[in-house]
Design a binder for this molecule. Sequence first.
Ligand SMILES: NC(=O)c1ccc[n+]([C@@H]2O[C@H](COP(=O)([O-])OP(=O)(O)OC[C@H]3O[C@@H](n4cnc5c(N)ncnc54)[C@H](OP(=O)(O)O)[C@@H]3O)[C@@H](O)[C@H]2O)c1
Length: 297
Amino acid sequence: MTSRRTFIRVTGATLFSSLVPQLAIAAQRKLPRRRIPGTDESLPVVALGNSTAFREGDSDTARRLLETFFDHGGGYIDCSGDGAYLVASLARTLGKSEQAFLGSYFNGGRPGESLAAARRLLATRGRKTLDLMHTYPEDGVPNWDTFRKWKDDGLTRYIGLARHQARYYESMMQVMKTGTMDFLQVNLSPLETESEQRILPMARDKGVAVTINRPFINGRYFSIVKGRPLPAWAVEFDCTSWAQFSIKYILSHPAVNCVLTETANPEHVLDNLGGGMGRLPDEKTREKMRALVQSFS
Ligand SMILES: NC(=O)c1ccc[n+]([C@@H]2O[C@H](COP(=O)([O-])OP(=O)(O)OC[C@H]3O[C@@H](n4cnc5c(N)ncnc54)[C@H](OP(=O)(O)O)[C@@H]3O)[C@@H](O)[C@H]2O)c1
């Protein structure tokens, strides 16, 4: 739980009143977790995306984001390049190495380079095995055997494919059909719903864990909902912000394990974690949510 001292350092005292609802939610309930299909392992439903703070090596901000995230039950962090070493190193410094689950990116077409990067990440993690090695379909589909070998060799526990455009779904489905894919990462939000029809049902059938990117369309969602009040019926599923509106839409899809939310702002980390708590909308309400947000754009 966040101490008062940490809270003030992280958010600034002036933000106190705006954060009370999120903190109250966080204090009352534990962030739910969902099981990775076919395993005894579970992941918290709200994850941290590849923040600019990680990518730009801003270790002070990265530390504050991770402290807030871990203190409220977070685990999965999506990170690439040098950002992955920063996250791994901070997780160790914060004593949260075990709580952290890193989804990191490698290139099957450049195995030598990837193996060196994986060994460096393992050393930074202080581990013998990585959590999740994944890649984009344009690299992963032709080089899938390399990823399978890395898993067979014990370099990683899970392998997967990640992309945010519907044009890649077909090739991702081809790999899913082989029954060798552990994780699928695709886009979904009330404004980008194609994955619901095209690829998530297969992931569910095949027992593939699903992580969701672009919950806020890389920030564009917030310009679309800006200045608009949340509908009164949002209280029926414990939703107190537009960020939580999208997160709860995503998490109420039965195929989804967790949603990757990107931010460089610790206050937004709390808001987003709040989206994982409390009730979720049913299918009829999801239809209303889609129609409402789509009517704004
Ligand atoms: N593998 C792939 O092909 C792929 C592609 C796209 C994304 N991804 C993954 O998915 C993650 C998320 O997707 P995304 O990059 O499209 O970003 P996103 O999470 O859809 O949107 C990020 C934007 O939303 C803002 N934001 C976040 N939480 C907020 C809140 N509670 N209130 C107001 N604004 C908020 C952020 O600004 P602030 O910093 O000011 O909060 C930022 O501008 C990425 O970080 C990455 O890990 C992977």
